[in-house]
Design a protein. Structure first.
Length: 234
């Protein structure tokens, strides 16, 4: 019988590397997951910092009242929006165990406002004189259309246009005369359809109508250069 042939030993199995494309995709997925985690953590940290800064700023609202005492002439901005009004401090009461104080101020029309400052809902306060300085720095308002809004809602009945330095028109085209007081920066409609109304110049191109008592209302009337002051209707 012929001798059996020797059987060659089996070669060891060599692991094959996975294709390049799947490896890259797996690496990309891991990096994406890591990236999302890093971005989320960074965003949360920035958000927490911003919230903390906002809360700290709100807690400090009204800090200017600390320099004012009973009998002092002052200026108050109820919502800290650069809308100041003159007041007189009539009462200051310390709050036990706290840095805040309870204040009472009186407006020129006799109405009184009570609040605690500093605090989240405290009005801003400062010594008297700021209003005069700010009004003194204002120039003549531009002629053209002023369109009025209240908290984002248009109020076309209040719209007006300054045609020149003495003449205005209302929304429907009615004309009359106006006067701008150089000291107080108050716009007074002296004749025509808006006769008797007044508005306070609150910026280079911004008016705020006054109520019957002379207090600034929440209505704002910014200049709108895109509108034609000579159109049939504003």
């Amino acid at each position: 019988m012929p001798a059996p042939r020797p059987v060659a030993p089996a070669l060891p199995t060599v692991p094959t590397a996975p294709p390049v494309a799947p490896r890259r995709r797996a690496l990309a997925r891991r990096l994406a997951r890591s990236g999302r985690s890093i971005v989320a953590a960074a965003t949360a940290a920035v958000g927490a910092t911003a919230v903390g800064a906002t809360a700290a700023a709100q807690e400090g609202r009204g800090a200017g009242w600390a320099a004012l005492g009973v009998g002092d002439a002052a200026e108050m901005d109820i919502v800290c929006s650069s809308t100041w009004e003159p007041v007189t401090v009539v009462a200051v009461v310390p709050v036990a165990g706290r840095a805040a104080r309870d204040y009472k101020v009186r407006r020129p029309d006799g109405t009184e406002v009570e609040f605690r400052a500093p605090g989240i809902v405290a009005p801003c306060g400062r010594p008297a004189g700021g209003i005069a300085r700010e009004r003194g720095a204002l120039g003549a308002p531009p002629t053209g259309v002023y369109m009025c809004v209240y908290r984002g809602t248009p109020l076309p009945a209040f719209d007006f246009a300054l045609l020149d330095r003495t003449t205005y028109r209302d929304r429907d085209g009615g004309r009359g005369a106006y006067r701008l007081d150089a000291g107080t920066r108050q716009l007074v409609f002296v004749s025509g359809p808006m006769r008797g109304r007044r508005a306070q110049q609150a910026g280079a191109a911004l008016f705020r109508p006054l109520d019957d008592g002379g207090s600034v209302t929440g209505i704002t009337c910014p200049h709108n250069p895109a509108r034609d002051p000579h159109a049939p209707r504003l």
